[in-house]
Design a protein around this ligand. Structure first.
Ligand code: T5A
Length: 208
C-alpha cells in the first residue's frame, strides 16, 4: 500500500488558487517530493471536454441535476485515469478543486440536497477522501472583484452574489465538520502572508 497523499485546494472565485499553485509546486520540488498537480472539473482530455461543456456560457438552460452528474462524470474519469494510478504508484497528488467544491457550488449555490451529493460521492469515490484540504477563504466581494478583473466570465462567474454567499457558507461549514483534514487560509491578505500560511500548513502536514 502506497503512503502517497492526496491534497486538495479549494476556494471561491478569485481566492487565489491558481496563483498559490505555483508556490505549492515550488514547495514540493524543493523537498524533492514528486507532486502531480491536476484540476477539476477536468484533469484528463475527456474530463477537460466535460469541463468546457460545464463552464461555457450558453443560452439553453442547464438543469442543476445535469450539472451535478457532469461534475461526477468528469470526476470518475479523473480518478480512474489519473488520480488513483498516481497515488498507487506512490506519487503525491494535488487537485485544484475536488468534491468539497460540489458540496459548496451544487449543494450550497444550487441548493441540491446534500444527501444526493453524498450518494454520488460514495458511488464514484468508493471511500477515497483527501488527506489535506487547503481552503483559501476570501470575502465574496473581494474574490469576485479579482476574478472579474480578468475579463470574460464563465457560466459560474456569471451567478449572482447570493449564489456565492451560499457556496462560501457550505465551504466554511464543511471546514468545521471535517476539521481533521481542512486548513482554512485567510486569502484576504497580501500574497506573501498567504504563502506563509500555506507553508506552515504544509510543514505541519508533511512532518505529521
Ligand atoms: N465547480 C467546480 C463546481 O461548481 N463544482 C465542482 O465540483 C467543481 C470541481 C471552475 C468552476 O467550476 C465550479 C467552480 C468554478 O466556478 P476553477 O477553474 O477552479 O473552477 O475556476 P475559478 O474558481 O474561477 O478559479 P479562478 O482562477 O477564478 O480563481 P483562483 O484560481 O482562485 O484565482 P487566481 O489565482 O487566478 O487569482 C485571481 C486574481 O487575484 C489575484 C491574482 O493575481 C489574480 O489576478 N490575487 C490576489 N491579489 C491580491 N492579494 C491576494 N492575496 C491575491 N491572490 C490572488
Amino acid at each position: 500500500m502506497s503512503d502517497a497523499k492526496f491534497i486538495t485546494l479549494e476556494g471561491m472565485e478569485g481566492a487565489g488558487k491558481t496563483t498559490c499553485l505555483e508556490f505549492i509546486r515550488t514547495y514540493f520540488s524543493q523537498r524533492e517530493t514528486p507532486l502531480l498537480i491536476t484540476r477539476e472539473p477536468g484533469g484528463t482530455p475527456f474530463a477537460e471536454e466535460i469541463r468546457s461543456i460545464l463552464l461555457s456560457p450558453r443560452d439553453e438552460p442547464v438543469s442543476d441535476g445535469v450539472e451535478l452528474l457532469l461534475m461526477f462524470a468528469a470526476r470518475a474519469q479523473h480518478l480512474e485515469q489519473k488520480i488513483l494510478p498516481a497515488l498507487q504508484a506512490g506519487q503525491w497528488v494535488l487537485s485544484d478543486r475536488f468534491t468539497d467544491a460540489t458540496y459548496a457550488y451544487q449543494g450550497g449555490g444550487r441548493g441540491i440536497d446534500l444527501a444526493e451529493i453524498e450518494h454520488l460521492e460514495r458511488l464514484v469515490q468508493k471511500g477515497l477522501q483527501p488527506d489535506l484540504t487547503l481552503y483559501l477563504d476570501v470575502p465574496i466581494d473581494v474574490g469576485l472583484a479579482r476574478a472579474r478583473g480578468r475579463g470574460e466570465l464563465d457560466r459560474f462567474e456569471q451567478q449572482e452574489v447570493d449564489f456565492f454567499e451560499r457556496t462560501r457558507d457550505v465551504y466554511l461549514q464543511r471546514a468545521k465538520e471535517h476539521a481533521s483534514r481542512f486548513v482554512v487560509i485567510d486569502a484576504n491578505q497580501p500574497l506573501a502572508d498567504v504563502y506563509e500560511a500555506i507553508s506552515l500548513a504544509l510543514d505541519a502536514f508533511v512532518t505529521a
